[in-house]
Design a protein around this ligand. Structure first.
Ligand code: PRP
Ligand code: URA
Length: 209
């Protein structure tokens, strides 16, 4: 069964408060999302495998650890997932980035896929699918379906804010995908927005309405 991790690190929680705050403008919103993505990437990579190699320091020969696992692919769900990519790349600069474009139909709230471009060596990588919001769960479920259909395995899902409804559906649809979130909010409202949430992540990130 999928595990759900809520990152309660004080820096993440502090920055998330200002991300939520409606007075926060586009520039600051973008910067904060970027910073939180870096902090979350630090936490999410905790279980990366290591191997010991021999090196020479200026003083002596020694054994020391380097990463040994598969290479990483980061998959932002367009649009808002883009805001988290640079923050993750600061810690995993060699990761390749694929894109899955989905928007929620405003009436049905069902995801509509419009773009998919993945790294060519999809079967060789471990993936982190990123999106600031997990609301009904439809977009995350569909993006992960899309990635799996093209050969993606070993997938983690990372978001800033999740609604309990979305977490449950994602766990059910993809029991092999662990979920990493900065905050688990109260509920969805009648328009499918997370309460209290942060509003529309894409609009706040890109200054659209
Ligand atoms: C937002 C958000 C997620 C999705 C979450 O995107 O970035 O992708 O909604 O909702 P769900 O869990 O109910 O599917 P949106 O559809 O607004 O598209 P955008 O990023 O292009 O603005
Ligand atoms: N998408 C968003 O951007 N915000 C929400 O609260 C729900 C879906």
């Amino acid at each position: 069964m999928a595990k759900v991790y809520v990152f309660d690190h004080p820096l993440i929680q502090h920055k998330l408060t200002y991300i939520r705050e409606k007075q926060t403008g586009t520039k600051e919103f973008r910067e904060l999302v970027d910073e939180v993505a870096t902090l979350m990437a630090f936490e999410i990579t905790r279980d990366m495998p290591l191997e010991e190699i021999e090196i020479d320091t200026p003083v002596s020969r020694t054994k020391s650890n380097v990463l040994s696992g598969k290479k990483i692919g980061i998959i932002p769900i367009l649009r808002a997932g883009i805001g988290m990519v640079d923050g993750i790349l600061k810690l995993i600069p060699a990761a390749k980035v694929g894109h899955i474009g989905l928007y929620r139909d405003p009436k049905t709230l069902k995801p509509v896929e419009y773009y998919v471009k993945l790294p060519s060596d999809v079967e060789e990588r471990d993936f982190i699918v990123v999106d600031p919001m997990l609301a009904t769960g439809g977009s995350a479920i569909e993006a992960i379906n899309s990635l799996k259909t093209r050969g993606g395995k070993n997938i983690k899902f990372m978001c800033l804010i999740a609604a309990p409804e979305g977490v449950e559906l994602l766990k059910e649809a993809h029991p092999d995908v662990d979920i990493y979130i900065a905050a688990l909010d109260e509920k969805l409202n009648e328009k499918g927005y997370i309460v209290p949430g942060l509003g529309d992540a894409g609009d706040r990130l890109f200054g659209t309405k």
